[in-house]
Write a protein that binds this ligand. Structure first.
Ligand code: TRP
Length: 462
């Protein structure tokens, strides 16, 4: 089934098939076709009748969950309003789906405030490119929109959902992960990073109130199906989604807007601030829940808007998963140059042909070629990328050459990260995690100074 990369002098033998597919075919008589399964805690691709892992079907999941696919007119409007060419991950469909992005663009167009919210479940201190890419994208959104950003570290969730992890361990992973996230380059003035386990007891009182009120409006039947809960699910897991949901309410962060966090009263005005959440599609069940119930709060919040990404391709190929516990499944941010080179050469699934002659004759398939896929993540130049794909298809470019291009970019990306990460001190971490008033909107001020019309003042600074 899987195609082999042409062997080239000096290149270690390429992996010839999906290792997951191999283990799934170990007992072919028992294999049955299965459907893809996607919920916030487990994601697996479909398999065919032979047990081979198939690629994820993103259109199917968008249809099933009734999200909208991003389309050209929306991206054009984005560019018109922000003056920024859409990020390559938008242009190339890594972020492929949304809910109400058009409404956020309306808000932006009117010059009103909104905020960005994203998060990470700290289950390991070993992060890989599958973890950094969503944050890179969020940073880009923050730069483009010039809005405040809150980043939730769900150390509570990870301890509740992984039997082997203690709360102390996930808190520590959270701190390590926060440093990794900071290394991506977020602007401390506009970014608040918080640990669920700590923020709720140090100024996050309003978020806790929101979670209790929200939990009162949501019954077990509403969450059971979407989250796969049953009678034996621990009750912490059942409560947790409330917290991830109310993190999309502006009133959960009074400090960010300079409001009084000690007051017993939550702010109606802050509750009304719109929110945009960049996240992987598997997180959508949480946000459907909040979109369905936000209006039922005493101080209602608008339905948060969402921008959904696909899952990132594991080194073994589409349908596989990058996993913190499998060093050969991904490029890790702690990898050395040599490790990156070896991993890509040995483990990146190839869309090339069995032999050099066949490859020259028939050409390769960049769509399943992991080195090429990673180039689509990191090579910004569309023309260069198209040229690689065309030459690969034509058999002019070999797997080894594609891998070489990929290795170069990946090494540079990881080295940059490591340099930035080494500079993130405990003091810097503490500042990002301190509940405080954020500062943004410099662009609006600049427009005003240039005498351009500025839409009515939003909620900033009061
Ligand atoms: N539950 C997410 C995880 O396990 C973490 C998370 C919390 C999150 N809030 C979010 C992710 C908002 C994206 C957007 O990784």
């Amino acid at each position: 089934m899987a195609e082999k990369a042409p062997a080239e002098p000096g290149e270690p033998p390429a992996v010839t098939s999906l290792s997951i597919a191999e283990s799934a075919t170990a007992n072919p008589t028992e294999a049955k076709a299965t459907e893809q399964k996607i919920d916030p805690w487990s994601v697996s691709a479909a398999t065919d009748a032979q047990g081979n892992v198939l690629a994820f079907d993103y259109e199917a999941i968008s249809k099933k969950w009734n999200t909208k696919l991003l389309d050209q007119p929306l991206l054009e409007r984005f560019e018109r309003l922000t003056g920024h060419k859409p990020h390559r991950w938008l242009r190339r469909g890594l972020f492929f789906s949304h809910r109400d992005l058009d409404r956020i663009l309306d808000v932006y167009e009117r010059g009103e405030d909104f905020f960005l919210y994203t998060g990470r479940g700290p289950s390991s201190d070993n992060i890989h490119i599958g973890h950094t890419i969503p944050f890179e994208f969020t940073k880009w959104l923050q730069d483009v929109f010039d809005v405040p950003l809150v980043i939730m570290l769900t150390d509570d969730e990870k301890a509740l959902f992984k039997d082997s992890l203690t709360f102390e361990e996930t808190m520590q992973f959270g701190r390590d992960n926060a440093k990794d996230i900071i290394a991506i380059g977020f602007d401390v003035k506009k970014t608040f990073i918080y640990s669920d386990l700590k923020y709720l007891s140090m100024g996050g009182h309003h978020m806790l109130l929101n979670a209790w009120e929200f939990s009162k409006a949501v019954n077990f039947n509403q969450v059971r199906g979407a989250f796969g809960f049953d009678q034996s699910t621990n009750t912490g897991r059942i409560f947790f989604p409330n917290l991830q949901c109310v993190a999309a309410f502006g009133s959960s962060y009074p400090q960010v807007w300079g409001h009084d966090a000690a007051s017993d009263l939550r702010s109606k005005k802050l509750a009304a601030i719109p929110c945009l959440i960049p996240c992987a599609i598997d997180q959508d069940p949480y946000f459907r829940l909040v979109r369905d119930n936000a209006h039922r709060m005493r101080f209602p919040s608008p339905k948060p808007a969402l921008l959904h990404s696909k899952f990132l391709t594991a080194l073994q190929g589409a349908g596989g998963k990058m996993s913190a516990s499998n060093p050969n499944s991904a490029i890790f941010m702690s990898d050395t140059k040599k490790q990156i080179q070896n991993k890509i050469n040995r483990h990146a699934f190839s869309g090339g042909q069995e032999t050099l002659e066949l490859h020259r004759q028939l050409g390769g398939n960049p769509d399943v070629d992991v080195a090429y896929q990673y180039l689509t993540y990191f090579e910004d130049d569309d023309a260069k990328l198209d040229n690689f794909a065309a030459k690969y298809r034509a058999g002019e470019m070999l797997t080894g050459e594609m891998k070489k291009e990929c290795i170069k970019l990946m090494q540079a990306y990881v080295a940059n990260f490591q340099e930035a990460r080494a500079k993130v001190t405990d003091e810097i971490l503490a500042e990002f995690m301190r509940p405080r008033k954020l500062e943004w909107g410099a662009r609006k001020v600049a427009r005003k100074e240039r005498g351009e019309a500025v839409p009515p003042k939003g909620t900033e600074g009061n």
